[in-house]
Design a protein around this ligand. Structure first.
Ligand SMILES: Cc1cc2nc3c(=O)[nH]c(=O)nc-3n(C[C@H](O)[C@H](O)[C@H](O)COP(=O)(O)OP(=O)(O)OC[C@H]3O[C@@H](n4cnc5c(N)ncnc54)[C@H](O)[C@@H]3O)c2cc1C
Length: 419
């Protein structure tokens, strides 16, 4: 479970990683079969806390096609060889042995909300009383794009290793081109952080160019910090182009066509427009949009006809940042709400509503041994029936201490999710 390189120390406890649940369940009556789809940050946390808090009142099954989840968090450090992908892989053994979560290794291909049944790719259908969907994101692919030539590396795994290999093979003086989609996308500071790390590699390799083609009008997170890093640390390397909407990608020629013109690169990293995964969209849970609307006090779908279907993590569309830390926090609100329903308790008790908070945290490596950070706290606002930003803070500088704390923070989050 723990990452064994550099100063990774397996930290116990959840203080840095988790927002608190709105209240502990005291289940009196009822039982339910809860099925969780997706064993990433949202799904694994939900499955764990449903059993941890609900005990025998719930039967919890987690379905994921893989035996281990590969974390996107910290995966930019695979690119510069500070970590290996294996350091970021987490299995589901503890969820079963410590909490009694049942695991099915398969892909859910269809949801029947009326019949409350899931069709699996390889195995028999699975019935549920309550469903938690935490199946992450999918991409809107630009025309011409071939991800095997121009990796996204925005879902960690083979794509991350492919981008790493391409960066290692990039000639001195070469050009790295990265596209950033319009917000909202997974991990707001992530692309800017990646640009810093690649610029750091390019700098150590005798120079070159890092071209950032941002579809947004400005840097989306930690603007001051990244702007300063680009000018002070990587002045001759990073070129930042706001308002550069990606059009056709000529993967054979290595050229990205944008609203600002064409850009050629030796290594091209396409981070495409994002939306909820296909399972959630095909079930009609996004109502034709990119993300699934939810009631933020329970994470149940806010659309009619989808009772007892909850969507957490990146796929939901509540306006909160799409981060692993946030998915972990939402999972606890969702687990608490489901357990209250099982116990025939209301989920809209004023005391519970007042205590619904979530938070997000992202550490961003700026060089191979320094980092900055950003955190945001959201509080439920009864008038707007939405999560409102209550507090935001950022490091404002990149330091070695932040870099070291980043590993403690990540290990807390990993431990609270899969441990
Ligand atoms: C480079 C990078 C850096 C990041 N850094 C940070 C950071 O510092 N801090 C932070 O908080 N966040 C960070 N993030 C964001 C974070 O990784 C995501 O927000 C988080 O993974 C979302 O969790 P999720 O549970 O919604 O989806 P995921 O973690 O993507 O999990 C989805 C799971 O669903 C499974 N699945 C998909 N479809 C199906 C199906 N049909 N049937 C069954 N299972 C299915 C997948 O196999 C997967 O295991 C970063 C992201 C990137 C790309």
């Amino acid at each position: 479970m723990s990452i064994n390189r550099r100063n990774f120390i397996m930290a116990t406890g959840i203080a840095a990683a988790a927002s608190s649940a709105p209240g502990m369940l005291r289940a009196q009556t009822g039982s339910a079969r809860v099925v969780v789809v997706g064993g990433g940050f949202g799904g694994a946390t939900a499955a764990k806390y449903l059993k941890h808090w609900g005990g025998n009142k719930v039967e919890v099954t987690l379905i994921d096609p893989k035996t281990r989840h590969t974390s996107c968090v910290m995966s930019n450090l695979v690119l510069n060889n500070e970590l290996a992908l294996n350091d970021l892989r987490f299995g589901y053994g503890d969820l079963t042995s410590k909490y009694g979560v049942q695991i099915i290794k398969d892909t859910v291909s269809r949801i029947d909300p009326g019949g409350r049944v899931l069709t699996l790719k390889n195995q028999a259908p699975v019935n549920y009383d309550m469903l938690v969907l935490a199946a992450g994101i999918s991409f809107k692919k630009p025309k011409g794009w071939n991800a095997r030539k121009n990796p996204h590396a925005w879902i960690a795994g083979n794509q991350t290793n492919l981008l790493k290999k391409q960066l290692q093979a990039m000639p001195a003086g070469g050009t790295f081109v990265m596209t950033i989609p319009r917000s909202p996308y997974r991990c707001p500071p992530g692309p800017y952080e990646r640009a810093c790390l690649v610029a750091d590699m390019v700098k150590s390799n005798g120079g070159g160019r890092v071209v950032i083609l941002d579809a947004n009008d400005d840097i989306q997170a930690e603007k001051e910090t990244f702007s300063r890093a680009y000018s002070q640390l990587y002045g001759n390397i990073v070129e930042y182009y706001p308002g550069a909407e990606t059009g056709f990608v000529d993967s054979n020629a290595g050229v990205v066509e944008t609203s600002l013109g064409d850009f050629a690169g030796d290594v091209i990293n396409i981070i495409p427009t994002q939306r909820a995964g296909g399972l959630v969209r095909k079930a009609g849970l996004t109502d034709g949009g990119l993300w699934a609307p939810v009631d933020v006090t329970t994470y149940e779908s806010s659309l009619a006809g989808y009772e007892d279907i909850h969507i957490i993590g990146d796929a939901q569309g509540s306006g909160q940042p799409k981060s692993a830390h946030m998915a972990n926090a939402q999972a606890k609100i969702c687990a608490d709400a489901i357990l209250r329903k099982v116990a025939s308790q209301p989920t809209d008790h004023p005391e519970r509503l007042q205590n619904i908070t979530t938070n997000s945290a992202c550490y961003s490596p700026i060089t191979r041994n320094t980092a900055s950070w950003l955190t945001a706290v959201f509080q439920y606002d009864i008038d707007s029936n939405a999560m409102a930003l209550a507090h935001i803070a950022e490091a404002g500088e990149w330091t070695r201490d932040n870099y070291s704390e980043m590993f403690d923070w990540a290990n807390n989050l990993f431990g609270d999710t899969w441990g």
